[in-house]
Structures are given as C-alpha cells and as structure tokens.
Design a protein around this ligand. Structure first.
Ligand code: NDP
Length: 294
C-alpha cells in the first residue's frame, strides 16, 4: 500500500481571511465600534487563556472587548442580574459567557438569559431553534468555523457521509444542523455518535468526513478511520509534557498514524481553534448589526 499525500488543513489562513473581512467592515462603521463583553467566573486555567485570546483578537480587528471576572462563589442571581444589565446596555452588542461555570450555577439558566441579538456564541434557545429551522444568523462559533474551513479547502459535503463524535450543544448538535441544511456546504448524511454509541469504529469507518470532538487525546487511529477520509479534529486536550508549561495540546486524532493514510486532516493546535475565535469576531459584528436594527 503506498502512502497517501495527506493534506494538512491549517485553520490560520481561513481565520485570517475571516478576520481581514471583519476588520475592513468594522473600519467603515460610523460612530462607536462593535463591542463585546466576556463574562468569566473563577480562575480555570483554560478559561483564562481562551478569554485572553478572544480579547486580543477583538482588539486586533477593532472590536471593543471588555472582560468581567466574577469570583468562584458568585451566585446565579448575581450573574443573571449582570446579564440583564448587559442586555439593556445600548453600548454592548455581544455577550460571551465563558464556560464552564462552577457547579452551583445553572449554566442553561445563564445562557438562556442572554438577549438573542447579543448572543455571540449562538447558545440561546432562540438561536438554537433558528439554526435547526435553517435560518440562523448567530451560529455557534466552532461548528460555523468547521463549515468555513470546508468551504475554504473546497471539501464538498453534499451527499457525503459525515460522522460526528460529539453530541454537545457547542459542537456536535449545531454542526449536525449546519451540515443538514439545504445548501452547498450542507446536504450531508449526518450520524452523531456519543459515549453510548455501540461499535463506534464500525460507524466512524463509514465516514467520508469524520469530526472528532470527544476529548480523548490521540484515541482515533487507523482502526477508526477510512482511508481517504477527511478528518476534522476539534479535540483540545492538555497532555502532560516535560516543558515550561508542563503540558502540550493534543487532538483526538492520532495524527502520526493518520498522516499518509487519510486524504486530509486538521492539525491540533493550529486547526479548528483559530477558527472558533475568528467566528466569534464575525458573530460580534453580526450582533452589532442586529442591535442597530429598530
Ligand atoms: P463534551 O464533554 O460536552 O462532549 C464530549 C462528547 O464526546 C460527548 O458527546 C460525549 O458523549 C462524547 N464522548 C466521550 N467519550 C466518548 C467515547 N468513548 N465514545 C464516543 N463518544 C464519546 O465536550 P465539548 O463538546 O465541550 O468539547 C469536546 C472537545 O472539543 C473537547 O476536547 C474540547 O476541548 C474541544 N473543543 C474545542 C474547540 C475548538 O475551538 N477547537 C471548541 C469547543 C470544544 P456523551 O454525550 O454521551 O457524554
């Protein structure tokens, strides 16, 4: 068997194209720039780092980003009051609730309280419902970024078997809704797998496009993947390492085993991660337009 020339689908050029477009549009706006508030509770290391990246990216494209940090013990009532205040603030276009929240806070209650026009993560009931109806405008950033990556690299989805190993509201479910749309980068036959799925490898091996987001470092090698598949690796796993940080970031795919075997593969880091942040900026601009409407 001769080794395949596996294409590595880097996220950066796709993210750069999105960010350049956002930056240009923001530069033409009259009055104040679009603004987004990042709400973070506690000091979870990954959350601190994600919010920093998002705030940095916002300032690079001319969006005003403000981070509000709440103590780990903050009550749900206090957070709800803050969301209501931000909903009513005409100078705030986007509200991003950085997850996870501490256990005593009901995350769904908080997400549902966000005004759907300011819901830059696309997690409210209204935006989730619209997405399933095929007309969403604020779509969860990671799945939206995956579709942008497929478009950029001209990877057709029509009629393809797509298997998603994840059923969360952040990744798997909204991605399934997007790929089922009656549109050029939809029209796929979608299977959603999760921890109760039996004979997982039999299913994942059917995939023309396999999306991995189950948070298991290097778990998916050749036994799970069809030769010639396109593998989209969403997983971000901290694996202990002998370096300054004490860890390395790894995906769910066994990249070493799959390189030379599959058609195309997104790297981790450097694949879907940058796209999630870029789509957040696109959504913030969209939220600005929505908030300007009477
Ligand atoms: P969740 O924990 O909510 O979802 C994990 C999913 O994987 C669940 O649906 C779970 O099933 C499924 N799963 C777990 N173990 C197995 C198994 N053995 N076999 C089959 N399915 C399994 O996490 P998220 O959706 O929030 O994130 C998933 C991954 O994606 C994480 O690594 C996260 O860091 C990463 N991520 C990356 C982003 C990016 O920008 N690149 C953005 C968001 C997330 P069940 O529902 O039954 O528990």
């Amino acid at each position: 068997m001769c080794a395949r020339n596996t294409r590595i689908l880097f996220g950066k050029p796709v993210a750069d194209a999105i960010l350049t477009s956002v930056r240009k549009k923001v530069a033409t706006l009259k009055g104040r720039p679009p603004s987004v508030v990042f709400l973070r509770v506690g000091d979870d290391g990954a959350s601190v780092s994600y919010v920093k990246q998002k705030a940095k990216c916002a300032s690079e494209v001319g969006i005003q980003g403000e981070t509000r940090v709440f103590d780990e013990t903050t009550t749900e009532e206090r957070l709800l009051a803050e969301i209501i205040r931000l909903n009513e603030d005409p100078n705030v276009d986007g509200i991003l609730v950085q997850l996870p929240f501490p256990k005593h806070v009901n995350t769904l209650n908080i997400l549902r309280a966000v005004d759907s026009k300011k819901d830059v993560d696309g997690f409210t009931d209204v935006n989730g419902g619209r997405l399933w109806q095929g007309d969403g405008s604020l779509i969860p950033c990671t799945p939206a970024g995956i579709v942008e990556l497929l478009k950029y690299y001209r990877i057709a989805t029509e009629g393809k078997q797509v298997v998603i190993v994840n059923r969360s509201s952040i990744v798997g479910k909204p991605l399934a809704a997007l790929l089922l749309r009656h549109s050029e980068f939809g029209n796929a036959t979608v299977t959603v797998c999760h921890s109760y799925t039996q004979n997982l490898s039999d299913i994942t091996k059917q995939a023309d496009i396999l999306v991995l987001a189950c948070g298991k470092p290097h778990a998916f090698g050749r036994d799970y993947v069809k030769e010639s598949a396109v593998v989209i690796d969403v997983g971000i796993n901290r694996v202990p390492a002998d370096n300054e940080r004490g860890y390395m970031i790894r995906g769910d795919a066994d990249m070493e085993a799959l390189t030379g075997y599959v058609d195309a593969l997104t790297p981790v880091p450097g694949g879907i991660g940058p796209l999630t942040v870029a789509m957040l900026m696109k959504n913030t601009l969209q939220a600005y337009y929505l908030c300007q409407q009477p």
